[in-house]
Design a protein. Structure first.
Length: 393
């Protein structure tokens, strides 16, 4: 009997990170004292000056369709920003596409270049959605394990070995969700030599590029050379740096032919991203002084929480945790307890009401993911419960 569902719908997996967050919220709604470390969004509100700009646009009647690739002034400002901040050369507004969220921008990038049967190299640990997006395009995800000893970063040798005649794309996420690792300029130069040599694309997910610590800076592979730029599809957005997750605004900066193809796909799927929300995003770029002040305040809080959680986790017998250099996640190793990451997380939630994400969701069963986009009080309480839980294992 034929299934009522398509092969795409049957093969896609639900987002485990959203599932953990939903379960924690359900328990909280039942009155349980849950410490939720699952959410992948800042716990800060969107800055008022951004909200007011969007409200004004709404009141001024900016509620109609616009160009499907985005507000022209916003695309102009973004291309100038990327040229200045990311050092990407020879780009214009024509290379920029604004979409309904960074997740959709990543999906559009894959849809634009991946045909059924094409292979996409996905370093593990990986953000949960990359493999599923590849499958939706009919592609085949090829996993390359990045070792914890190498700070969860793949090497040029690993990349070279994974490439076949069917390889079309490499996915890079730096700073990384879930590990918080950051590829250096030297790391990227070595990887891009392999990429250019084989003529494949890099999907460079730079959503967390503004969130780095300890003096590290995120580098875009598109900035390294003209060849690198021509092989890089860069995805960014407003969700993390400006705490605008619910606004659903993602951005892609791509070579001419890719940007045009993505514009066509978007015109036949979502049309333009929310019109009046784009005016709020435009204000975030125009008022750089306010934007930098808001980002600095958020970074200061994240850094404090990062160090408190990192030191606390490493003080627990049986836990080891690398010091993340970006984003707002830590990815401790829990393999010494002899449990799978799913078993560990289920028991932890059941016994101590602490919600974390099992590492198997990211392709790393020896680890679990904590988000430190939570209050100092939640971190303190969560660590105390972690100590009690681990002492019983």
């Amino acid at each position: 009997m034929n299934s009522r569902l398509s092969v795409w719908a049957q093969n896609i997996a639900p987002s485990p990170t959203l599932a953990v967050d939903a379960k924690a919220k359900k328990l909280k709604a039942e009155g349980k004292d849950v410490c939720g470390f699952g959410a992948g969004e800042p716990d800060f509100d969107t800055p008022d000056f951004i909200k007011y700009a969007s409200i004004k646009a709404l009141c001024d009647g900016k509620t109609k369709y616009i160009a499907s690739s985005g507000l022209p002034e916003l695309r102009d400002r973004l291309s100038a920003l990327y040229a200045e901040k990311k050092q990407i050369k020879n780009i214009s507004a024509e290379n920029v596409v604004v979409s309904a969220g960074g997740k959709f921008s990543c999906y559009l990038a894959i849809m634009a270049v991946v045909s059924p049967g094409d292979e996409v190299i996905v370093p593990a640990p990986y953000w949960v959605s990359y493999p599923e997006m590849v499958k939706l395009a009919g592609g085949v995800p090829v996993y390359v394990s990045a070792s914890e000893e190498n700070d969860f970063k793949i090497t040029p040798e690993q990349l070279e070995q994974a490439i076949t005649a069917k390889t079309k794309m490499l996915v890079l996420n730096t700073p990384s969700n879930p590990t918080g690792s950051v590829y250096s300029k030297e790391d990227l130069e070595a990887l891009m030599k392999v990429v250019v040599k084989h003529g494949i694309f890099v999907l460079s997910d730079e959503m967390y590029a503004s969130l780095t610590y300890d003096g590290f800076e995120a580098v875009s592979p598109a900035s390294l050379s003209d060849d690198a730029r021509n092989h890089t599809i860069m995805v960014s957005g407003f969700s993390k740096a400006y705490s605008m997750t619910g606004w659903r605004l993602g951005v892609m900066c791509a070579p001419d032919d890719i940007a045009k193809a993505v514009g066509k796909i978007q015109s036949q799927t979502t049309s333009n991203a929310n019109t009046f929300a784009q005016y709020g995003a435009l204000e975030a770029i125009k008022d750089s002084e306010n934007a930098q002040r808001s980002l600095a305040n958020m970074l200061k809080a994240f850094d404090k929480r990062r160090l408190a959680l990192w030191e606390g986790l490493n003080s627990i017998d049986g836990i080891s945790c690398r010091r993340a250099k970006g984003a707002f996640y830590l990815f401790p190793n829990i393999s010494s307890f002899g449990l799978s990451s799913t078993e560990f997380c289920e028991k932890f939630l059941e016994e101590e009401l602490v919600a974390v994400v099992p590492g198997i969701a990211f392709g790393a069963d020896a680890n679990i993911r904590f988000s430190y986009a939570v209050s100092d009080a939640v971190i303190e309480k969560g660590l105390e419960r972690m100590r009690k839980f681990c002492s019983r294992l």
